[in-house]
Write a protein that binds this ligand. Structure first.
Ligand code: NAD
Ligand code: MG
Length: 392
């Protein structure tokens, strides 16, 4: 039995991770963490009997302590609690399913403690990939992608890794020509920039193919998610951003592909269901039965491709600009987006206001070429402060 710590256990990825563990076993649920949803966390505690849990919100953590006083489960709180769970020497695998840059310090703590990480929390790599990837190599841990596109790329590279499945891969040795990162285009595909202006949170939350948490669903509608995923892929697979091409494939059947130097393209296909990439990360390199629907090629009949529309989806263009600039600009892009999406969900700004806030923060930022962790967190705070001045 491997011991697993799930940070963000009450979210979309977290609950599906627990479902997969229930189905296939092989893991002791060692610890769980959530932001504030103690109703669901209490249910998970009673079902999976972890040794420790963390609730980020201190008041809610105290409330939970009272509710589960009949158990021996320890309740921690705040960032210290998250770091304590992530860096527990008993862990065999830490699943980072928290949303946002708040995941950076716990992820680094897990790797420093020598623990394998299954990573859903892409914002962490976006801001701190240049710190995390060398640490992964130094500590000789595995960083297993959960994001469906990155899991697809990882699957396409199997057999091209070292004989031990060593990871991360070395792009030079792997003879990768380019990564073809697929995107559905979201609910607003085909629309003009003008049409995006009137879109509400309810419109943007209707993703055509995937059911996910609210923040990533908005990021998919704005296509900021795809820019974050280019940054994520660049760090995970060691490829230059110019060798990553975004391809619109509206039905989300091809989850991404790799084109090799000889022109061969290897793609991973399947019905859009996160349980497959989650399961692949948990049980890698084994393949087990998956509850997801199986793809019927005759029913599918055809697959369409389009180029992304960078004029309408300005967030994608700004993200690619941030990647080219590098350094702390990726943190600014991400932090400004996190702030703007939260305000959009509150109904305080319009949909294209997300792009306006990201752009204004990027234009005002003095880039730091290779920020350390303190500088990343300071940049995040600066971007929040700057962005907040744009919202009445
Ligand atoms: P979600 O909103 O459904 O869940 C987020 C989880 O994080 C919840 O358990 C919440 O309690 C927890 N959380 C939030 N703030 C916290 C804090 N400060 N401390 C501790 N826990 C906190 O989000 P999600 O859709 O599951 O996404 C999680 C991550 O996975 C994101 O980075 C997202 O981009 C990535 N991801 C999600 C999907 C998907 O299908 N949902 C796909 C690919 C990648
Ligand atoms: Mg994805």
């Amino acid at each position: 039995m491997r011991k697993i710590c799930i940070l963000g256990s009450t979210g979309s990825i977290g609950t599906q991770t627990l479902d997969i563990i229930k189905r296939h076993g092989g893991f002791e649920v060692y610890s769980l963490a959530a932001g504030s949803n103690i109703d669901l966390l209490e249910k998970q505690i009673r079902e999976f009997e972890p040794r420790r849990v963390c609730v980020f919100d201190e008041e809610r953590a105290n409330e939970l302590k009272v509710r589960i006083a009949d158990t021996s489960v320890a309740v921690l709180a705040g960032m210290d609690g998250l770091i304590a769970l992530a860096s527990d020497p008993g862990n065999d695998l830490v699943v980072t399913a928290i949303v946002g840059m708040i995941g950076i310090r716990p992820t680094i703590a897990a790797i420093e403690a020598g623990c394998d990480v299954a990573l859903a929390n892409k914002e962490t790599l976006v801001a701190a990939g240049h710190i995390i990837m060398p640490l992964v190599a130094e500590k000789k841990v595995r960083l297993l992608p959960i994001d469906s596109e990155h899991s697809a790329i990882f699957q396409c590279l199997q057999g091209h890794n070292g004989p031990d499945g060593s990871y991360p891969v070395d792009a030079g040795r792997m003879e990768i020509d380019k990564i073809l990162l697929t995107a559905s285009g979201g609910p607003f595909r085909g629309m003009s920039y003008e049409e995006l202006k009137g879109k509400t949170a309810a419109d943007a939350l209707k993703h055509p193919n995937w059911s996910m948490g609210r923040k990533i669903t908005i990021d998919s509608a704005s296509m900021v998610n795809k820019a974050l995923e280019v940054m994520e892929a660049r760090w995970l697979f060691g490829v230059e951003p110019d060798n990553i091409e975004v391809v619109i494939q509206p039905r989300s059947i091809i989850h991404s592909a790799v084109q090799f130097r000889d022109g061969a393209i290897i793609a991973q296909m399947g019905c859009p269901d996160m349980r497959l990439p989650i399961q692949y990360a948990l049980y890698y390199p084994d393949r087990m039965e998956c509850p997801a629907e199986k793809l019927d090629l005759f029913e599918l009949a055809c697959i369409d491709f389009e180029r992304p529309d960078y004029n309408t989806f300005k967030g994608l263009a700004l993200g690619l600009e941030a990647i080219r600039t590098g350094g702390s600009m990726c943190t600014v892009f991400n932090a400004a987006n996190e702030y703007a999406v939260a305000r959009f969900l509150e109904g305080r700004i319009g949909f294209t206001g997300i792009y306006d806030i990201i752009e204004a923060c990027m234009r005002a930022h003095k880039n730091i070429a290779c920020p350390d962790l303190t500088e990343i967190l300071e940049t995040e705070a600066w971007a929040y402060e700057y962005a907040s001045k744009m919202v009445l």
